[in-house]
Design a protein around this ligand. Structure first.
Ligand code: BGC
Length: 253
């Protein structure tokens, strides 16, 4: 029998959020706790906050933690919107050490991959085979690719080159905010980005996640793309839920 409760922590550029997760319902089990991300967001400073959150809930089982980084076997390899000190850091070992746990208890994965795991199991991707890509539009653009429900980790499609630019610097939700763009002004940027992505991977479904998915009715109808695009269903909690699911499955080989 597996545990029906898990624990996830989602590390973002502005906030670190964590909570207990009901692994059968695919939802938070109670309130989540959010603490602003320390600046600079160095590994040690972030590990302190992760420990504070885990200890606040008194959680002692396996836990999943997301990072906005490529993460292979617990080690962060990039750091696009977070302190560069993460590059080369064994994040799983760092969190386990700070929490006084065996490293096997801590699964660290890319934030968009975690959100995708949750959406595929409980949300907009449930029951969808073929090639599905979840994109999170936030400070940057995160991506999670699934073939027949199985994750292809660390895809980093937010960094595709579009018209000579790193895609996320043109089409992330933060660009809309920073430049004061209307939905009608921002959406063509997303269409252009999705057009490039479509021509490369020909997905069957795109799931649009991140904060802007809460306002999906304002911009999804304005998109001019070939592929079916639907809004993510789990909104802000997808990262926490997906991290907890990944931890309950155990570390990747
Ligand atoms: C990072 C990804 C991350 C995404 C969303 C990108 O800049 O390269 O690893 O998933 O932002 O946070």
């Amino acid at each position: 029998m597996g545990n029906t409760r898990g624990f996830g922590v989602d590390i973002g550029g502005s906030g670190i959020k964590g909570g207990l997760v009901d692994l059968e319902a695919g939802a938070l089990d109670g309130e989540r706790l959010r603490i602003p991300t320390p600046q600079p967001s160095t590994p040690d400073a972030v590990a302190e906050v992760v420990a504070e959150i885990v200890e606040k809930f008194g959680w002692e089982g396996p836990l999943g933690v997301t990072l906005p980084c490529v993460v292979k076997h617990g080690v962060a390899s990039t750091a696009a919107n977070v302190d560069k000190g993460w590059i080369g850091t064994d994040a799983a070992a760092l969190f386990a050490h700070r929490l006084g746990r065996p490293v096997e208890d801590v699964v660290v994965l890319n934030d968009a991959d975690a959100a995708g795991i949750a959406e595929m199991r409980f949300g907009a991707g449930k029951g969808r085979d073929g090639l599905v890509v979840l994109l999170t539009f936030g400070t940057g653009i995160g991506s999670a690719l699934f073939l027949d429900g199985r994750l292809v980790p660390n895809t980093e499609f937010g960094h595709l080159e579009v018209d000579g630019h790193d895609a996320e610097t043109r089409a992330a939700a933060s660009v809309k905010e920073d430049k004061g763009l209307t939905w009608a002004e921002w959406t063509p940027r997303v269409s252009r980005y999705l057009g490039v992505l479509e021509n490369l991977i020909w997905p069957d479904l795109v799931i649009a996640g991140g904060g802007v998915s809460k306002k999906a009715e304002k911009w999804l109808p304005l998109l001019d793309v070939r592929t079916e695009v639907v809004a993510a269903a789990l909104k802000n909690d997808a990262g926490i839920v997906g991290a907890a699911v990944a931890a309950a499955r155990g570390p990747r080989p």
